[in-house]
Design a binder for this molecule. Structure first.
Ligand SMILES: Cc1cc2nc3c(=O)[nH]c(=O)nc-3n(C[C@H](O)[C@H](O)[C@H](O)COP(=O)(O)OP(=O)(O)OC[C@H]3O[C@@H](n4cnc5c(N)ncnc54)[C@H](O)[C@@H]3O)c2cc1C
Length: 362
């Protein structure tokens, strides 16, 4: 089936009312759209408008609320750039760096977490609530600094997005929020249909937040994350036509679809050295990019595209990772244009809410 109709079916299946009631459960009515949203195949506004054709703004609110979280993180990244890679409001009082081997090897002894880590390695997906558990286990119970574990998770996620990822880890670790997030075995059992007892998490919240790091979590590794970017094939370029630049965050097959143009997906080694991605993720990007007609792949830095200066028109989409791209930068399709974070998410959401009914009618 065609990629876009497959995605459209996923969107048609979203029931925002059931979503609101069940999204925290492992078996909840989540959409699993994130890889397509993060990779720019579809925009949040496209998803939102489809949902609003079938539901009122009130009914759609729980789902749009999550899309707003994504936009909040994105807009912080656009505005503050690399600051998202540093402790935001508070410095984390971490005792360890690297990442716990028990987590890397899916051997924490917490069945739900170990299964979810194995599944992350094979499918590239992890449920939001389990992402929160894993981040809390590492940062707050194991007292690891958040940055390296965040890079490990980003490496494996098909939906890997640096803003949602880094700022979510910081939110859990309490550097981007006012308190750390804790969980216990009861919480895991309740939301993940598990019945495990007697684990090191089988305690009250008070005990969990006070307990020393369990021995099991202490042994750690520095991350050996490697990229395997494909070899660049020789580009066939027609310099009389515009050059459209795609990235791993912008793979929209409908973008300038009617135009005669050179279409090049740029995978810049400099970026991937800083933020490696797994082979699974790379394959997903390349497979997804096949939906873009006539697309060629260039593994190299943009200025090294052969004779790039000969192009009269170069177009890309504005993004924190492409500020050095030459040519025209088109504005991304924001869900809430003109609304910018000035502090907490709740103050951002307050400004977004009045726009929900406009979204429905636009
Ligand atoms: C530690 C941690 C790391 C994360 N890393 C990423 C990441 O790299 N990339 C990423 O896209 N999301 C990330 N998230 C957010 C969230 O977990 C995923 O977007 C969500 O689980 C994707 O599954 P879904 O499409 O089924 O989501 P649904 O629950 O169906 O949500 C619909 C859409 O809303 C957005 N969304 C939902 N929840 C969140 C959230 N908490 N924050 C931001 N956007 C959200 C996503 O675009 C998602 O596709 C992270 C969360 C945590 C706690």
């Amino acid at each position: 089936m065609n990629l876009l109709s497959d995605i459209k079916q996923k969107i048609d299946r979203i029931d925002p009312i059931a979503y609101g009631k069940t999204r925290n459960y492992l078996s909840g009515a989540v959409s699993r759209l994130s890889a397509y949203i993060s990779r720019g195949v579809i925009s949040p506004i496209y998803v939102a408008k489809h949902i609003l054709q079938r539901y009122s703004p009130d009914q759609a609110r729980p789902f749009l609320y999550q899309l707003a979280w994504r936009e909040y993180f994105q807009k912080i990244w656009y505005r503050h750039g690399n600051k998202i890679f540093t402790d935001w409001y508070h410095v984390q009082q971490a005792e360890r760096s690297g990442i716990s081997n028990a987590v890397l090897q899916a051997a924490t002894g917490i069945e739900v977490l170990d299964n979810a880590i194995v599944s992350l390695y094979t499918t590239g997906y992890m449920h939001n609530h389990v992402r929160m558990y894993v981040a809390s286990l590492l940062c707050n119970i194991g007292r690891y600094h958040w940055l390296m574990p965040a890079r490990w998770m980003y490496y494996h996620l098909l939906d890997g997005d640096l803003a949602s990822n880094m700022l979510s880890w910081q939110w859990i670790a309490g550097t981007f929020s006012h308190k750390k997030y804790y969980f216990n075995q009861d919480n895991v059992n309740h939301y993940c249909n598990s019945h495990q007892r007697g684990t090191f998490l089988d305690k009250s919240y008070g005990e969990i937040s006070e307990m020393p790091c369990p021995e099991l979590l202490k042994e750690s590794s520095l991350l050996p994350l490697k990229n395997n970017l494909p070899n660049s094939s020789t580009l066939q370029l027609d310099y009389s036509r515009p050059l459209l630049l795609y990235t791993s965050y912008h793979l929209n097959p409908n973008w300038h679809a009617d135009e005669e143009a050179n279409r090049v997906l740029v995978l810049e080694p400099g970026h991937f050295e800083n933020f490696p991605i797994s082979e699974n993720v790379l394959n997903f990007i390349i497979q997804t990019a096949k939906a873009i007609s006539g697309l060629q792949i260039f593994c190299g830095e943009v200025p090294n595209i052969p004779d790039i200066k000969r192009f009269k028109k170069i177009i890309s989409i504005e993004h924190p990772l492409t500020r050095h791209f030459p040519g025209i930068k088109e504005e991304p399709e924001w869900l809430f244009p003109g609304v910018y974070p000035k502090g907490s998410f709740s103050s951002f959401w307050k400004l977004c809410q009045p726009l929900l009914s406009t979204l429905k009618t636009s």
